[in-house]
Design a binder for this molecule. Structure first.
Ligand SMILES: Nc1ncnc2c1ncn2[C@@H]1O[C@H](COP(=O)(O)OP(=O)(O)OP(=O)(O)O)[C@@H](O)[C@H]1O
Length: 279
């Protein structure tokens, strides 16, 4: 983490952040900074700790280390307080109240959110991003298709009038067509100024939506850099620890102090200078 007083506070910043299920750390010493208005992806194999990281940032899991939202220290805040600071999470389960209509679900999310924007305005904006929901407003959420349920889940996050949206594998189980629609929607909401932290297994989704990637393995960030600095094969190799990603042509990252770089044998992947974080 850089110490530059002229730098704007990050939308979300985790510093030396670990998250626990009982006494077991599922995310370990993670440091990452999500700049305002950016879209950042977190990739990793099953069990890498991706969902835990998002849940922990939103306040649902016991953690150590620092978390700040829009520059405000949030380590000790409840999920509701973090929501009021502008952080919304869309969990993997496509959460919605299935018995309530789509419109009622949207209303409920607005009521329990920050209400930074009037309800009608928030709803209009959400339906512009997800026009497929406009014709289903009166239908019970339980009657929606899988893709529409996912759109409703993201919409509920947006209805909380958030600044930062945490998305946990939103494209899981969707058809290529619906994935493309969701990718478009993520790009649109990001263009409208919402900061996105996107957990995915699908590299191409991250590639199409995010400027930066963090790769998580065994709870630790084993690589981070610009999306252009990594390709599909390198990701697979990073998951298995087979090899390092190809070098990026972008600006060289900050050097990592010698003391923070673990010996070769201990690393999940060989760390390029500046790309290992928390290892
Ligand atoms: N509620 C829980 N109680 C105990 N251990 C858990 C719990 N949830 C997850 N874990 C463990 O924490 C580790 C990280 O799980 P997590 O779901 O965060 O990984 P993930 O990268 O999101 O995986 P996936 O892509 O399969 O969802 C795994 O070892 C998992 O078994």
């Amino acid at each position: 983490m850089r110490n530059d007083p002229t730098r704007l506070p990050a939308a979300l910043e985790l510093t030396g952040f670990s998250a626990y299920h009982g006494s077991v750390a599922a995310a370990k010493d993670v440091s990452l900074r999500v700049e305002r208005g950016s879209a950042v992806g977190v990739l990793g194999p099953n069990g890498a700790g991706k969902s835990t990281l998002l849940l922990a940032a939103a306040g649902f899991v016991r953690t150590t280390g620092g978390v700040s939202i829009g520059g405000q220290v949030a380590d000790r805040l409840s999920p509701a307080r973090r929501r009021r600071l502008g952080l919304a999470m869309v969990p993997q389960e496509r959460a919605a109240v299935l018995e309530l209509s789509v419109a009622e679900n949207l209303r409920l999310s607005w009521l329990t959110g920050r209400r930074a924007t009037p309800y009608e305005e928030a709803r209009t904006s959400v339906l512009e991003i997800f026009p497929a929901l406009a014709g289903r407003l009166g239908d019970p959420a339980g009657n929606l298709s899988g893709g529409q349920r996912q759109m409703l889940a993201v919409s509920r996050g947006l209805m909380a009038t958030c600044d930062v949206l945490l998305l946990d594998e939103p494209t899981a189980g969707l058809s290529p067509k619906l994935i493309s629609e969701l990718v478009e929607a993520i790009r649109t909401l990001n263009e409208r100024g919402i900061t996105v932290l996107l957990v995915e297994q699908n590299f191409s989704v991250v590639e199409r939506t995010c400027s930066d990637i963090h790769v998580l393995n065994g709870g630790r960030i084993v690589w981070h850099g610009p999306t252009t600095g990594i390709d599909r094969d390198s990701i697979g190799d990073l998951y298995s620890g087979a090899r390092r990603p190809r070098p990026t042509a972008s600006t060289p990252p900050d050097p990592v102090p010698e003391s923070r770089v673990r010996p070769e044998a201990e690393r999940a992947v060989p760390a390029r200078s500046g790309e290992a974080e928390g290892i």
